[in-house]
Design a protein around this ligand. Structure first.
Ligand code: ZN
Length: 321
């Protein structure tokens, strides 16, 4: 193991107070009521949720970083509610281990629900901490338990090929993981997303649902519709900034310099365009969205969006005469 001296590590802009959530308890988590019997849990970095009904608890994701604190949160909340603490169902938002790698902590009798692609991917990954869901769906699924209703829907690939929208129509809440980090910028590469057009469109789809509270899966606080709109603005600024930069930078010097080493020319050109597109966005959102000044995040997100404009939308492609 190598250990960096903390004095040699870079400093960043302070996190805006509005981006932070409630303090964690002595076990390192916080749980709270979203509305009525819908609760959320966070460790400050990850989020999950659960519905405490008279017929059992439905858990939505089981991030391993929250781990056994999920049980503690469920026990505490159901004690307040006076309902059973037995987790009867687990709903997977998507197959990624960082959101579901504690799913095995709830025994073998639990009913696991997920998209059919989540099942396929979890069978492929063959990870004992994330047993594949037995109950699957392709487009929509209504979960009814203890008089409550949860609507699951797949609107196409976005962050992952299997990421679903989890709507709580009777709790005015929407859970959509790894798309919008409320109060924060996405991390590298559009929050490590696989389908960029799907990632860009997902917030607009989220806003077509009626809800007040957004559970985004990351960081320490819940979100609002304003958080979704601010995120959309940030992404849209990257799109516009990329278009502008693509129109400005002349690739000729790179090809003249590097000759037959065409990859060196491509690198030089794309780096300059990405850098140029990133700068104004970083400046605009520093102090507005937490970590906007960690340039690598906006830079790599800009790079992915620019490549998607080229590869998915055909921007800038010219047919040789
Ligand atoms: Zn993910």
């Amino acid at each position: 193991m190598t250990t960096q001296a903390t004095s040699s590590l870079p400093d960043y802009a302070p996190v805006p107070e509005s981006s932070l959530g409630p303090a964690l308890n002595e076990h390192g988590y916080h749980f709270g009521r979203v509305e009525r019997n819908l609760f959320w849990v966070t460790d400050g970095t990850y989020q999950s949720a659960f519905l405490a009904t008279g017929d059992g608890v439905v858990l939505f994701d089981a991030p391993p970083t929250i781990g056994h604190n999920l049980r503690r949160a469920v026990d505490a909340a159901t004690a307040e509610e006076g309902t059973t603490s037995t987790v009867t169902h687990i709903v997977y938002s998507h197959h990624h281990a960082d959101h579901s790698g504690a799913a095995n902590l709830f025994g073998d009798d639990v009913i696991r629900i997920g998209h059919e692609e989540t099942r396929r991917l979890l069978l492929r990954d063959n990870d004992p901490t994330r047993p594949a869901p037995e109950v699957t769906f392709s487009d929509t699924y209504t979960l009814r338990i203890g008089g409550e209703r949860v609507e699951l829907a797949f609107h196409g690939p976005n962050h992952s090929p299997d990421n679903i929208f989890i709507h709580f129509p009777d709790h005015a809440a929407l859970m959509l993981i790894d798309i919008v980090n409320s109060g924060w910028v996405p991390i590298y590469n559009c929050n490590l997303s696989e389908d960029i057009p799907g990632y860009i469109d997902a917030p607009a789809t989220a806003l077509t649902y009626p809800w007040k509270t957004y559970i985004g899966g990351h960081l320490g606080r819940l979100g609002t519709r304003d958080d979704i709109e601010l995120h959309q603005q940030y992404i849209n600024d990257i799109v516009e900034s990329s278009k502008e930069a693509l129109g400005k930078v002349d690739p000729t010097p790179y090809y003249l310099k590097y000759g037959t080493n065409v990859w060196a020319a491509v690198k030089g050109y794309l780096d300059e365009v990405t850098e140029l597109a990133t700068k104004p966005v970083v400046a605009k959102y520093t102090g507005v969205l937490a970590s906007a000044d960690i340039e690598e995040f906006t830079y790599s997100t800009t790079f992915m969006i620019m490549q998607s404009m080229r590869l998915d939308l055909g921007a800038g492609s010219q047919v040789h005469p």
